[in-house]
Design a protein around this ligand. Structure first.
Ligand code: NAD
Length: 909
């Protein structure tokens, strides 16, 4: 089968808003308003037909072996060189083999389809096997002209071959007619264009139907055999009319792309064809025509292979990556349509020694550097001595292509003094993944877009133009990877070190991969045992995840210890510290199952589950928390389960262990507070080997671990200020689980314990969760229990009335100071009491003495904020401080623990 085997496209990122042309020049040419819809694509100042051709061809080569090409055709009417083969520059930039035939196809808008038929026929004839045909155009027009509106810049590429064909070639038909709707004399910059109506009627309107009908006759087909119809025609109404005349329904006609980029000259038939291929289903039949001094029509049928083609930018991706501009003067400058003063610096000699270009051809046009055979260090440029100081080998370098190696910005500057068509000139150091650096110009970006670490890709661009001698210099420049800047704004974990226990499979593996994608360095702990924890274990699961992380350029190390022993836990943390120097994140995720109903639950099954889940979490968290405390930062995630939170038949061991982890979190959140260590718990629902036989199959399909991972990553991030909280997560659904405590019911009195009957009688009230709330810690829980909320409130009110004024309390406060309880206490309390009679007072306690003053202290240790009524109630002994705190009436800033001294240091009530 012969046909198309791959495609690629490139539309420049810049899009000129057509209204900006009208706004600037409508006074002169009001009629251009008629076609001023949408945007036209526009080359940056350093782009031309050759640079765009390189970009489209690279897209087309994505996933292909470029060395299999045995011919390369470049079709364009705007090639920079009239006598130097432009396809040869393209071949050098792509680093193709020397033993191929290259050719420029030019002088007509149908050059690309002519080249494509030539390629298809020569593969069919068996002479050649794989040919790439790239079409590219950057057409010039005078300003304020319809054609300035209609045209766009762009390039598109099709590969032809006889294996893995994505669109089978069924045949073609050509017409060669010297119809001159426009022409460009050999020494002219602009086209000379004949009257539009004539072009529409005698040109497009006559020749396209003629070529299509000719093809139908030749192949014995009709419009019923065509699913998509491609022919360029920038006259929108006529584009539609021609299809109607041919009996094609509107959905068959492929959009002429006027609104989104304009007509891209010789490349446009390919461009429209590719936009059809991008949406095509196997079996779809596409008819493509090229128009210009006659026409070509080609007929294809899409095959199943289209679904196997690797992801590429194509037309769709090119259109998505855009920057709209409405600065018409910029357009004029980039197209050299106005003359600006470039200053004397721009007069530096620009002559190119073609002998040097020949010697350095691979380096300059192909971005080929060297890689040392001895030590593997890549470097640019290639040199006789290896750049690695520990190697220094002589003549040890093989060719190494840098063009497709991912890179990042290492340093950069924006230079307003350097000569530039689009100041400031942005340049800097680019660091390639795997080694090698290059000082490069940055293009297709603004200075504000560039950041150290920003991923960039190398693109073939114009370096400069020697107008005097008619020579264009090309070299490679760095361009930000589309979307990379937005990616950098995302929550990141760069330079943070994360441990994921049980990270070799299931949820843990996904957490690890996602953390690595966002810059974290990982310790992948996994014992590699069976689902029930039995077996010798295997290093394979952890190793595989480490490999995957390394393959995407991340850093990771494997650890195969069991979390079930204290030594294992210590060693996991040691691995992180030895390898990366710290621990910022710990995800306690390792888990096994040994389900049995309770009466059949023998001690070894009970213990094994406790050992992995509860003891395992203890074994790793303890040494990890010690490191986190040292660093004053940490994020810990516990893994509980719905079985623990709510119960599940046959999982007593698992439920007990999983709920125990909530208890562990509850206390660790308090102990970690001072060191910015946040501890939270996830209750995931995800498809894994643990759930394969418990989840219904349709749920299992949907419950991918990837839907849980974002929540876990958030809990691991600096932005997460939550601590001591439990979240359920699965299939993209999230909610919070918590222990809630109901309102207090007080029964009996100090001298008479309540009776059993009283409990019975009050059961509904005691058992009610009306007005229930979360409680911060055990102390607060005791206060919450012994003080009925509603009673306390009314009593507090009354006490407030008895206690007098706020000012009087501070006047008397020094007198209620218990000096004997203040040994060694050094603290400044600041009180901010709101309300009409409130104010600010501070209290300094040092060397057993207490001084109280009105106003604000410069360095309070603990600031207490209350409303005057609550304050009076508290000081009157009617509102317990802890209750005031838990109910939110007492707010404490600074050292919260010091606030507990208040009750010890002053007689309250
Ligand atoms: P999984 O079996 O796919 O992954 C668990 C990993 O932990 C395995 O790779 C295993 O080798 C490893 N492991 C087991 N014992 C270990 C030990 N002693 N030391 C080190 N590694 C060990 O299971 P999963 O579903 O991804 O479970 C991950 C965690 O989530 C577990 O704690 C599990 O209890 C919990 N969980 C999962 C679900 C769910 O729906 N998948 C629901 C609730 C809770």
């Amino acid at each position: 089968m012969i046909g198309i085997t791959s495609y690629g496209a490139y539309i420049p990122r810049l899009r000129l808003d057509r209204m900006s042309i009208f706004n600037a020049m409508g006074w002169f040419a009001p009629a251009i308003m008629m076609v001023a819809q949408g945007e036209r694509s526009m080359c940056n100042w350093d782009e031309d037909a050759v640079t765009m051709a390189v970009a489209a061809s690279r897209d087309c080569l994505n996933g292909q072996d470029k060395h299999k090409l045995d011919a390369l055709y470049l079709a364009s009417t705007t090639l920079p060189f009239a006598d130097r083969q432009n396809a040869g520059i393209l071949a050098s930039a792509l680093n193709l083999n020397d033993n191929l035939i290259t050719a420029d196809h030019t002088s007509s808008q149908k050059a690309a389809t002519t080249a494509l038929i030539t390629a298809l026929e020569s593969v069919k004839g068996g002479e050649r096997k794989n040919i790439m045909v790239t079409a590219s155009d950057r057409r010039e027009t005078k300003t304020a002209y319809f054609y300035e509106m209609w045209f766009g810049d762009g390039a598109a590429s099709l590969m032809v071959g006889d294996t893995d064909v994505i669109a089978e070639y069924k045949g073609s038909y050509s017409l060669s007619i010297d119809f001159v709707d426009h022409y460009r004399g050999a020494d002219k910059k602009y086209d000379y264009v004949w009257e539009e109506r004539w072009t529409r009627d005698a040109g497009y309107g006559a020749i396209i139907p003629q070529v299509i009908n000719g093809l139908f006759d030749k192949l014995g087909i009709s419009m019923d055999d065509v699913d998509k119809l491609v022919y360029p025609c920038f006259f929108k109404g006529d584009h539609r009319k021609i299809a109607q005349g041919l009996g094609a329904t509107p959905e068959k006609l492929v959009d002429n792309m006027h609104e989104v980029c304009g007509e891209t000259g010789a490349a446009h038939a390919f461009m429209m064809f590719i936009s059809a291929l991008e949406q095509a289903q196997p079996g779809e039949r596409i008819l493509m025509c090229g128009f210009g001094q006659g026409a070509n029509a080609l007929y294809f049928e899409v095959t199943d292979n289209i679904t196997n083609l690797p992801q590429r930018r194509g037309v769709k991706g090119s259109l998505e990556n855009k920057k709209s501009i409405d600065n018409y003067h910029k357009w004029l400058k980039f197209r050299d349509l106005i003359q600006t003063e470039m200053g004397i610096r721009a007069e530096a000699p620009t002559q190119t020694a073609t002998s040097v270009l020949w010697r350095k051809n691979k380096m300059i046009l192909g971005l080929v550097g060297g890689k040392c055979r001895e030590c593997g260090t890549p470097q640019f440029p290639k040199a006789d001595i290896c750049v690695n100081p520990n190697c220094g080998a002589f003549y040890s370098q093989d060719d190494y292509e840098f063009a497709d190696v991912p890179a990042q910005v290492k340093t950069f500057t924006g230079d307003m003094l350097a000569v530039s068509v689009d100041p400031p000139a942005i340049y800097g150091m680019v660091q390639f993944e795997g080694g090698g650096r290059l000082v490069a110009d940055f293009t297709d970006c603004e200075l504000d877009d560039i950041k150290v670490g920003l991923p960039v890709q190398m693109e073939f661009k114009r370096k400069g133009v020697d107008k005097g001698r008619g020579f264009v210099n090309y070299f490679w420049k760095a361009v930000p990877v589309p979307g990379a800047a937005e990616e950098m704004e995302k929550l990141r974990f760069d330079d943070q070190v994360a441990i994921v226990t049980g990270g070799g499979a299931g949820l843990g593996k996904v957490y690890a991969l996602e953390l690595a994608k966002r810059g974290a360095k990982l310790v992948i702990n996994d014992l590699g045992g069976a689902r029930d924890g039995t077996g010798k274990g295997s290093s394979a699961p952890a190793d595989k995840v480490v490999e995957e992380i390394k393959a995407m350029g991340g850093e990771a190390v494997a650890n195969y210890d069991s979390v079930a022993t204290p030594e294992g836990g210590e060693n996991i943390v040691k691995t992180a510290v030895d390898e990366f120097g710290r621990v910022d994140i710990l995800i306690n995720n390792a888990g096994i199952l040994r389900d049995k109903s309770f009466l059949k639950m023998e001690p070894d099954n009970w213990k094994a589950v406790m050992d992995v889940h509860l003891n395992g979490t203890y074994h790793v968290t303890r040494p990890a928390m010690a490191v986190m405390k040292e660093n004053g930062y940490g994020r810990i995630v516990m893994t509980t389960s719905a079985a623990g939170l709510y119960g599940n038949f046959g999982q007593t061991n698992y439920s007990a262990a999983k709920m125990a982890l909530v208890g562990l979190m509850n206390t660790l959140k308090l102990e970690g507070k001072k060191y910015d260590i946040k501890v939270n718990t996830i209750a995931p629902i995800a498809a894994s080997r643990l759930t394969e036989d418990v989840m219904p199959p349709d749920l299992f399909e949907k419950a991918k671990p990837e839907f849980v991972a974002p929540m876990v990553l958030f809990l691991c991030s600096k932005d997460c200020q939550e601590t001591g909280t439990i979240f359920n997560a699965g299939m993209g659904y999230f909610n919070r689980a918590a222990v809630y405590t109901g309102q207090t019911v007080q029964l009996g009195d100090p001298d008479h314990p309540p009776t059993l009957e009283q409990i019975h009688e009050n059961w509904e009230k005691i058992n009610s969760l009306d007005g229930a709330k979360e409680i911060e810690d055990a102390n607060s829980a005791i206060f919450a229990l012994i003080s009925s909320h509603s009673d306390a409130q009314s009593e507090a009110q009354a006490a407030g009335e008895e206690a007098g004024s706020v000012e009087a309390i501070f006047d008397d406060m020094a007198a209620s100071f218990k000096a004997d309880a203040a040994a060694g206490v050094d603290v400044v309390f600041q009180f901010n009491i709101s309300g009409k009679d409130g104010g600010d007072w501070y209290c300094v306690i040092k060397d057993g003495k207490c001084t109280i003053d009105a106003g604000t202290h410069e360095k309070p240790v603990c600031t207490i904020k209350m409303e005057e009524g609550d304050f009076l109630a508290m000081m009157g002994g009617k509102l317990p401080p802890m209750q005031a705190f838990t109910s939110g009436k007492l707010k404490i800033e600074g050292d919260v623990m010091k606030s507990q001294l208040l009750e010890k240091l002053f007689k309250i009530g």
